[in-house]
Design a protein around this ligand. Structure first.
Ligand code: GTP
Length: 405
């Protein structure tokens, strides 16, 4: 009997629509299904990968730029190969696309894979109920993404009134005729809709606990011959600085200037495979107009200054995500920050044991002045003499999510 093929499901959706939230929900409720995840962050600081890493059976991370524009598709194949090894006993592989990826390119890459242990398992498109109308007006191509989806998830239903929800369900049903459209909050869909449950019971517990670190080590060793970080090490084409060489106690940043991910020819590659534009032609991908700014600070952030920055962020700055470190009594926990359009939240949790307390943020937007944003964030550091008053946190605490979120 031929071995069962492992479905590879693509999880797509615009910036901040709730893909990582949905993936974490699946990971938490998969009930014995062993999930392998491939997470593709747009920025070189891999916030999504870090958010998922603690929960997943097996994960690989493809940072910095959209996978849909990968120059070398064999890289995806390498990861699919790794996750589909019989020894890994993965039941389903989920690829979380970056919020600016072109899903049809990912589907094409999966279908083109020569790995006969995997099979394309469908596209799930996540929609941000609160932002869809505006986003669609700016990016009509989103209609195309919905049209090719096998499952449409209308997420953040809690953020809009019933009537608007009904209207949106109708719009989505028109865009994806005959395809299921699910309305949900916080990605809480039934995992059965996403994949068949794995055998679960009777599994060797040791096998189920294949750790993220094991995979990281193994893959990094494959690449470099030495243990290390799995994620792409990226070159800033303007400065020649490596994006992952931030070892000192300083603030670093990187503004991705390329108009179309990493395939603009500056990195030594001539265009890329299988795209709808050749070298020299303009990129029609969703992310063509977007830039990302990465900010890391080993010094704590000043809460008042950071809130001033966040409250006056430019409209083109659509997405901010990452972790913030404040050195203020009572607020020394990890503050996970999410901004999506006008929405802004901090989620407070303890730092992982042994984790360095630092601030790492990725900012994504169109028409933004990356260098100016980076400079403004640099000015938000709490440089000595530090402001240690608890009152300084009031502005931040207004945006702390309650426990139900
Ligand atoms: N109110 C509300 N917030 C949600 C819901 N789902 C996700 N969020 C919040 O939306 C923000 C973005 O969620 P993510 O899951 O990180 O979104 P994403 O699609 O992975 O984001 P990118 O990878 O940057 O494109 C976070 O603050 C989530 O907590 C929901 O159903 N309702």
């Amino acid at each position: 009997m031929a071995p069962q093929q492992i479905p590879v499901v693509v999880l797509a959706g615009f910036l901040g629509s709730g893909k990582t939230t949905l993936l974490n929900h699946l990971l938490g409720t998969g009930d014995g299904t062993r999930i392998g995840a491939i997470v593709n962050d747009f920025g070189s600081i891999e916030i999504d990968a870090m958010t998922v890493a603690g929960q997943v059976d097996s994960m690989v991370s493809l940072g910095n730029g959209c996978l849909c524009c990968a120059v070398d598709t064999s890289e995806l194949d390498t990861y699919l190969e790794r996750l589909s090894r019989p020894a890994a006993r993965i039941d389903v592989i989920v690829i979380e696309a970056s919020g600016l990826a072109e899903p049809q390119e990912l589907i094409r890459m999966i279908l083109a894979s020569e790995n006969d242990r995997i099979v394309y398992g469908g596209l799930t498109e996540v929609i941000d109920a609160a932002e869809f109308a505006d986003t669609r007006a700016r990016h009509p191509e989103l209609d195309r993404h919905v049209a090719i989806a096998d499952l449409v998830v209308l997420n953040k239903a809690d953020r809009i009134p019933d009537a608007a929800r009904q209207e949106l369900m109708g719009t989505l049903a028109d865009l994806a005729p005959g395809r299921p459209v699910l309305c949900t909050a916080y990605g809480r869909i039934d995992p059965e809709l996403f994949f068949d449950r794995g055998p679960g019971e009777g599994r060797d517990a040791a096998v189920r606990q294949l750790s993220f670190e094991d995979l990281l080590r193994e893959t990094a060793a494959d690449r470099t011959g030495a243990p290390g970080r799995l994620a792409h090490s990226t070159q800033d084409t303007r400065t020649g600085n490596r994006a992952d060489d931030d070892t000192g106690d300083r603030t670093t940043g990187r503004a991705d200037d390329s108009d179309c991910g990493s395939h603009d020819g500056q990195d030594g590659h001539d265009g890329h495979e299988g795209h709808d534009h050749g070298p020299g032609e303009s990129c029609t991908h969703l992310h063509a107009a977007y830039r990302s700014v990465e900010f890391t600070s080993h010094e704590p952030m000043n809460p008042r200054r950071l809130m001033e920055f966040l409250d006056s962020r430019p409209t083109g700055l659509y997405r901010i995500k990452g972790f913030v470190h404040f050195d203020v009594p009572g607020s020394r926990q990890k503050f996970t920050l999410h901004a999506v359009g006008d929405f802004l939240r901090f989620y407070v949790s303890p730092w992982e044991r042994g984790a360095e307390r630092l601030t790492q943020l990725v900012l994504i937007g169109s028409g933004i002045d990356a260098q100016a944003l980076h400079k403004e964030l640099t000015n938000c550091r709490d440089t000595p003499p530090r402001e240690t008053s608890e009152h300084s946190m009031w502005g931040v605490l207004r945006y702390v999510a309650d426990r139900t979120e």
